[in-house]
Every structure is written in structure tokens, then in C-alpha cells.
Design a protein around this ligand. Structure first.
Ligand code: NIG
Ligand code: FE
Length: 399
């Protein structure tokens, strides 16, 4: 048994518990057994194997980063500079840069190289407080290298103290020399193999003008759903073409990006209960101003998550704390709304809301201790790491 006591505030991300002042948490094995005021701890402290004194600091649930592009290989730092000199992401793509460059690097890397490269990236995410992370394929664009990526995710999940949810994103880009119609058929033909190997929970697609159309997405995702995969879409990132509506119609667990959505889309998402995964880091890092209308979504009753979109092109960060800052400044979220979106919202986007994302009895003991005086201080002291300790499944893993 582990007891964490004397926390100045426990931001539970649970409507039932709210913010507990001068709080304590009792952990048994990898689960939270109790949370409440420090003077009501229901067990005798002598029975605890470990007591952590939080010294008045702030506790939150571990971050659930529900959208990253781990595993990737190499970097595209030059493209970041090119964008800053005025070229757009889609222009760089048209010139042979972008996703296809990372595809070359991932194909050339051995599985071992890919694994060790991403182990470092994942440890950095953990250091910044991410205890559950979604990752995807999509930099292989052939069966062998897509499988290699998914196997790396599986191995990271098994060997690092972080939960990794795998997504098959074979339809991330059209490989060199193919057209979208023929390639989507290939991707569909790989689904049974991915299923047999049990390598992915979700199937996703980059549904965007000039990449894969809504009809491509419908074809792929309908098949995937029949086979028992859960669904995600990259939708309305650059232009509104109908991906969000399709996600709502097919009962996708999440639709992601959504910078170009309209009122109708938001209403459809609210009705279907699909979680909107908002990626303010991407808008920021692409130097754009069109943040997703997150506040409007909340008002309309859409379930909302915020995530990093961590990838070597459009969002090169693992820092969920900074996403809280961006959600506040550009989407006008209160700190409470942003923190919930980064924890329980992320859990909903992965279908894991009964397991992680909040500090409540019965949930996994994924707990962050921040060296700050108030939970509002986390996004306020921006772009640095305010963490003092990361506890994953009841075990302190960082520092
Ligand atoms: O979510 N939009 C498509 N995919 C990624 C970018 C991947 C990359 O540039 O390597 C995204 O932004
Ligand atoms: Fe993405």
C-alpha cells in the first residue's frame, strides 16, 4: 500500500470529487483505493509500505495523450525552418517533403533502431507527465514497415512504464508512384493481417483534400468496423470535406484536428458522443491562427480532448503541460476545462475512461505531483516542466 498525503490540491478530473484541498490518496497495488481529505485517511499509516509527503504541492491524474505519431525515425528540422521562411506544410509536401520523407527514414531503420529511438521519445513524454499515450503506424505505407511500427509500439508498451494504445494508420499518405484509389484497396487488404496479429485497437485515416477523400475513408473504416476495430479519423485539419460527419455517422470513438469544422459538424459529434481530439500544438507549430473552436464544442456538449499530435513534421513536442497553455490562450478554456480535456478527455478518446484519466477509487494509480502552489500555475508557468514526480500504476517512475 502507498499513501500520498498532504497535497495542497488534488485536481481529480472527476465531477464527483472535484478539487480536494489538503488531500490524500491511498493506493493499493496499481489501483487507487481512496481519495479524500488528509484528516480522513481510512487506513492506518503504519500499514503503508510507502508514504509520500506531497508537501502542499498539486496532484493531478497522469496525462492521456490521445494523439501522437510515435513511432517515427529521424527528424525534419529543416522543414521547420522552411516553414518559418514562408513555405506552407502542404507546399513542402508537394515538393516531396513531409510525411514521405519520414517514411523513407522509417523504412530504412531496423526494428531495433526504431525501438531504441522511440524509447527515448516515450521516456521524455513520461518525464512530462504522460502516463497513457496513443501511437500509430503510418510511416511505413507498406505492410512490412507498418507492422514493424506496430510491433515497436507493442514492445514499448510491454517494456516501459507507460500504457500505449496502438492505431493502424496505413492510410496516412499516398506512397510515391501510387494513386489513392489503388492504395486504399491495398490498405483494406492488410486489415485481416493486422487483426490476426492483434497489433492495433484503432484504425485511422488522414481524410483531407488531396490525400484521402471521404469516400476512401468510408470504404476503409466500414471494413475496419466490421472486423472489430475501433475508429478514428484525421478530419477537417486543413479544409472541411466531411470527415467529422462521417466519423459521427460511423460511431468513431474520436475525430481529430477539426480546425475547419462548422456548427453542424459539432452538433453531429455531440449527438454521436464522438470525442473531438483537439491539437493546438499543431496549429501553433505550423504558425497558423485557426485553432479549433474548442470552447464552442464544450458549449454544444461535445466531449473534448486535447493532445500533442507529437510528430516530426507538424508538432514536435511531447509536452502536454504546454497544450494546457495553448488551450487556455487560443481556445479560451479555463484551466479546469483544459486539464480535464488532457486527462479524462484523452481517456474517452481512447475508450479508456473507466480505467484512467481521473483520480477516483478503482482507477489506475497514474498520478502526477507538480511543484506548484495552485493547479492554475501549471499552464501559467508555461513551456517548462513543472513536475516533481510521476507515479504510474502505483509506482513512482520519475524522477
Ligand atoms: O496529424 N496530418 C497528417 N499527419 C500528421 C503530420 C505527420 C507528419 O508531418 O509527419 C498530423 O499533423
Ligand atoms: Fe496526427
Amino acid at each position: 500500500m502507498l499513501v500520498i498525503r498532504r497535497a495542497g490540491q488534488i485536481f481529480t478530473s472527476s465531477d464527483h470529487y472535484g478539487v480536494v484541498e489538503n488531500g490524500a490518496i491511498v493506493v493499493e497495488g496499481d489501483r487507487i483505493r481512496w481519495v479524500g481529505p488528509d484528516d480522513e485517511i481510512p487506513v492506518s499509516l503504519d500499514k503503508a509500505e510507502e508514504v509520500i509527503d506531497a508537501e502542499g504541492k498539486v496532484i493531478t491524474p497522469g496525462f492521456v495523450d490521445a494523439h501522437t505519431h510515435i513511432p517515427f525515425y529521424g527528424h525534419r528540422a529543416d522543414e521547420f525552418e522552411m516553414r518559418n521562411m514562408g513555405m506552407s506544410y502542404m507546399e513542402i509536401r508537394a515538393k516531396g517533403g513531409g510525411i514521405r520523407r519520414t517514411v523513407q527514414m522509417v523504412r530504412q531503420a531496423t526494428k531495433e533502431e526504431l525501438l531504441e529511438y522511440n524509447r527515448k521519445l516515450v521516456r521524455k513524454a513520461l518525464e512530462y507527465g504522460t502516463t497513457t499515450l496513443e501511437g500509430k503506424s503510418g510511416y511505413g505505407l507498406n505492410l512490412k514497415d507498418e507492422i514493424k511500427q506496430l510491433e515497436v509500439l507493442k514492445e514499448l508498451d510491454e517494456t516501459e512504464p507507460i500504457d500505449i494504445v496502438p492505431t493502424f494508420l496505413g492510410a496516412h499518405e499516398i506512397p510515391e508512384g501510387k494513386d489513392a484509389d489503388e492504395y486504399i484497396e491495398e490498405v483494406i487488404s492488410w486489415l485481416p493481417v493486422i487483426k490476426d496479429l492483434d497489433l492495433a485497437v484503432f484504425v485511422d485515416i488522414f481524410c483531407e483534400k488531396g490525400v484521402f477523400s471521404v469516400e476512401h475513408a468510408r470504404k476503409l473504416l466500414t471494413k475496419a468496423k466490421e472486423m472489430g476495430f475501433r475508429l478514428k479519423l484525421h478530419a477537417e485539419e486543413f479544409e472541411r470535406i466531411g470527415g467529422a460527419m462521417l466519423g459521427a455517422e460511423l460511431g468513431a470513438v474520436s475525430v481529430d484536428h477539426l480546425t475547419a469544422v462548422n456548427e453542424e459538424d459539432m452538433e453531429a459529434l455531440a449527438r454521436s458522443g464522438t470525442t473531438a481530439v483537439l491539437l493546438p500544438g499543431t496549429t501553433f507549430f505550423l504558425g497558423k491562427g485557426d485553432y479549433a473552436p474548442g470552447k464552442r464544442m464544450l458549449e454544444k456538449g461535445v466531449k473534448v480532448a486535447i493532445a500533442t499530435d507529437f510528430n516530426p513534421g507538424s508538432s514536435m513536442t511531447q509536452n502536454m503541460q504546454f497544450m494546457l497553455t495553448l488551450a487556455g490562450i487560443y481556445m479560451h478554456f479555463t484551466v479546469e476545462e483544459a486539464l480535464k480535456a488532457a486527462t479524462i478527455g484523452g481517456a474517452m478518446a481512447l475508450g479508456l475512461e473507466d480505467e484512467v484519466g481521473s483520480i477516483e477509487a478503482g482507477k489506475k494509480a497514474d498520478i502526477l505531483i507538480f511543484d506548484v502552489p495552485d493547479y492554475r500555475y501549471i499552464p501559467y508557468n508555461y513551456a517548462i516542466n513543472n513536475l516533481k514526480m510521476v507515479i504510474k500504476g502505483g509506482r513512482p517512475v520519475m524522477p
